[in-house]
Design a binder for this molecule. Structure first.
Ligand code: TMP
Ligand code: ASP
Length: 235
């Protein structure tokens, strides 16, 4: 097998014959707390590839510009090559995780309006929370790009929240990454139970990576349940 151009915690990225396109391979490896906790989730790669492919297609139909071209196998998708902006854009509808800790709200408390946060993508620093003026001072993105990221993230939140509600899933929060391709800012990375908090609307059962982070058990079943609710596919 050819060597990946890049290997992250959950994915490998390969060059293709087309210099504008990359192949992303989804692994079963799972990490949390900036790589301190490690494990595997059986078939996570397949599930996240399918779930992400589904979300990208749906968002594309709703007018969101993204890197996804097509799913090419159970664990692989073809994408447009991006110059990734070193930012993680998090949108939150309900207080949970690091936000609940930071502002002292109990997990599950609804935010009166969605909150958008920006984190500096840097493993050595543990992806710190930063703001627009840090981004400007550090030259990480232009003010126009930052506004574009926030506007897109909020629009994506509206689309995903409304859709997931029809599947009895509450979108608590999620993380997005963006990059530029031929001068255009596109949504990149993945959208999956690794990068979203998804709670069953009726039971509040967690259907996401918090089951792994917090040792709640039934991790695979939760990811499978999300795929089933989205596409009807039983893996
Ligand atoms: P947080 O509450 O831990 O800051 O996470 C907010 C959201 O971002 C949650 O849906 C999980 C997602 N996330 C990632 O996708 N990657 C990460 O490295 C972290 C810390 C969070
Ligand atoms: N993916 C991140 C890591 O490994 C954190 C997380 O999702 O909780 O560390």
């Amino acid at each position: 097998m050819t060597k990946p151009l890049y290997e992250g915690k959950a994915k490998q990225v390969f060059a293709t014959e087309n210099p504008d396109e990359l192949l992303v391979y989804f692994k079963d490896d799972a990490t949390a707390f900036n790589g301190e906790k490690k494990g595997t989730i059986v078939n996570k790669g397949v599930l996240n590839n399918k779930i992400s492919s589904f979300f990208f297609e749906m968002l594309g139909q709703a007018g969101i510009h993204h890197h996804f071209i097509k799913q090419v196998s159970d664990r692989e998708m073809l994408v447009k090559k991006l110059a990734i902006l070193p930012l993680e854009v998090v949108v939150r509808n309900i207080a949970a995780g690091s936000l609940a800790k930071r502002i002292g709200w109990e997990e599950g408390r609804k935010m009166p309006s969605p909150v958008v946060e920006l984190y500096y993508k840097d493993d050595a620093l543990g992806d710190p929370l930063i703001n627009d003026s840090h981004i400007a001072a550090m030259g990480l993105a232009t003010p126009e790009q930052v506004q574009n990221l926030k506007d897109s993230a909020l629009k994506i939140n509206e689309i995903l929240t409304a859709y997931l509600k029809t599947k009895n899933i509450e979108l608590i929060d999620f993380k997005l990454e963006f990059g530029t391709h031929k001068g255009q800012v596109l949504l990149g990375d993945e959208i999956s139970p690794d990068t979203c908090r998804l709670w069953d609307t009726v039971t509040s059962q967690k259907l996401d990576k918090d089951r792994f982070r917090r040792d709640l058990g039934n991790v695979e079943d939760a990811y499978k349940e999300v795929l089933k609710r989205l596409t009807g596919e039983v893996l």
